[in-house]
Design a protein around this ligand. Structure first.
Ligand SMILES: *Cc1c(COP(=O)(O)O)cnc(C)c1O
Length: 470
């Protein structure tokens, strides 16, 4: 590949980005292609002969235009959204550099960049000098790494002989589904999770946790791992870490805090109290690609004592580790071998806006959630099901079936939003995670929804017989 080839590809990139940004202005919600018709509507085929120039460019344009738009002011479906320009810049540079993060020999200063993020994050959490961390592939993998460390800490021999002891895992009923998968991957088994009840606001009930632990001890089981959640996936609730830490310390159980969704409150003076006690945990993870708005994926796991990372994840490999020592060879503490540079995009963002800039991103999301809750509370057509100090705002409108309404809004290209349930009630889950949005964008969402409902009187109320194809 010559230099001019890459330059012409990059100018094509700029041209395509221009197309995309214009398209997002005109159509914030992409036209939906019926999944069954996808291959008929678009030419995605791979052929024997090369596709060149204009045809190639036009195909790329078609794909861009048809792809769901997650950065616009009408996307509220998942726990990410919007764009942070400086983070995108960093990610594009990471692609150009194409390092792998396993050794200093191959990643050089990128190792220092990753370690600086980890160091600063550990300081914010309040972990001591023995702490460290790594960048796993996502929040699910972060939870998995924490579980493996907990397992190995409780039963070091299982690294050699496999599982021989009845280890038990505890998490709230409202925690992320990765907890369930991870127990199976870790050899503990899905039947050995105890799902602890939550209180009326969706937070793990510590009394129930202790009761269950006592019962398990009495029955000869070995309590090994408690997963607490900072921002549950549906309600955005925060488990009471301090009270849970009292229990995990008393019974010598690993405490992991899954902050994939809302763990970034560590950056906010105003909201950090939601994770009070976090410095007492053994591990903590957060996704910068959720609240902080970096491109997917950017997950960080921090470990109170880095010894556990080494004990569970290092392996001798003479063909790989040839220079510079363990502190700079990050492959000694990661799950995989080759590892993408997810740190640079976070660093370019952090460096450019400062810690106070990250704080204002987080605070702004809570402000937007307040705007949404106020709007809902002041309008009798709405019922609110979620609580203050969360960026998930859960509601129903005019008692309309939320599943039908979300699907109809999506099919009509009005706005993309999802639904969830708590205590047997299903509702729309609106997330204010896109920090590019203004209060007007939030009110606009409600306008879009209300107008749509007014124009579609056939939308069914909850409990009414449902027709297909609304
Ligand atoms: C999103 C989320 C995860 C999973 O993170 P991925 O990066 O999607 O794997 C785990 N826990 C919680 C609470 C989440 O919200």
């Amino acid at each position: 590949m010559s230099m001019s080839d890459i330059q012409s590809d990059l100018s094509l990139f700029n041209e395509l980005v221009e197309v995309l940004l214009n398209e997002e202005q005109k159509h914030p919600v992409a036209e939906r292609i019926e999944a069954k018709k996808l291959y008929d509507v678009m030419d995605l085929s791979l052929n024997n002969e090369p596709m060149v120039d204009d045809a190639f460019k036009n195909t790329l344009k078609d794909v861009l235009v048809a792809t769901p738009k997650t950065a616009t002011n009408l996307f509220f479906n998942q726990l990410f959204g919007g764009r942070q320009g400086k983070a995108i810049l960093g990610d594009l540079l990471a692609v150009m550099l194409n390092n792998s993060m396993y050794t200093y020999k191959v990643a050089g200063p990128q190792v220092g960049i990753e370690q600086e993020i980890i160091r600063k994050s550990c300081d914010l959490v309040g972990y001591g000098p023995q702490s460290n961390g790594t960048f796993p592939t996502g929040g699910s993998m972060s939870n998995y790494m924490a579980l493996v460390m907990a397992r190995d800490a409780k039963d070091p021999n299982c690294r050699l002989d496999g599982m021989t002891k009845p280890l038990i895992v505890y998490t709230s009923k409202l925690s992320h589904y990765s907890n369930s998968k991870n127990t199976s991957f870790a050899g503990i088994g899905r039947n050995n999770i105890r799902y602890i009840e939550a209180d009326s606001k969706g937070r793990m009930n510590p009394e129930k946790l202790e009761e269950q632990i006592k019962e398990d001890l009495h029955d000869g089981f070995i309590p090994t791992y408690v997963n607490a959640t900072a921002g549950t996936t549906v309600l955005g609730a925060f488990d009471p870490i301090d009270k849970i830490a009292d229990i995990t310390e008393k019974y010598n159980i690993w405490l992991h805090v899954d902050g994939a969704y809302s763990g970034s409150v560590i950056f906010s003076k105003k909201y950090k109290h939601l994770v009070n006690g976090i410095e007492r945990s053994n591990s903590f993870s957060y996704n910068a690609h959720k609240m902080l708005g970096t491109p997917l994926t950017c997950s960080v796991i921090l470990v109170n004592n880095k010894r556990h990372l080494h004990e569970s994840f290092s392996n001798k490999a003479d063909y790989l580790y040839q220079t510079d020592g363990d502190d700079f060879n990050l492959g000694k503490t990661s799950f995989q071998c080759g590892r993408r540079n997810d740190a640079l995009k976070f660093w370019t963002l952090w460096k450019s806006v400062g810690t106070i800039g990250l704080e204002s991103i987080v605070d702004h999301q809570f402000d937007l959630a307040d705007v949404a809750r106020e709007y809902i509370k002041s309008n009798d057509d709405y019922t609110l099901y979620s609580f203050d100090e969360s960026i998930s705002v859960c509601f129903n409108y005019k008692n309309i079936d939320p599943k039908k309404l979300c699907t109809a809004l999506y099919k009509a290209q009005e706005t993309v939003v999802g639904f969830g349930s708590f205590n047997g009630t299903t509702f729309i889950r609106f997330v204010t995670i896109n920090a590019n949005n203004s209060p007007e964008d939030i009110i606009n969402f409600f306008d879009v929804l209300e107008k749509f409902v007014a124009e579609n009187p056939s939308l069914k109320k909850i409990g009414e017989e449902v027709e297909e194809g609304v």
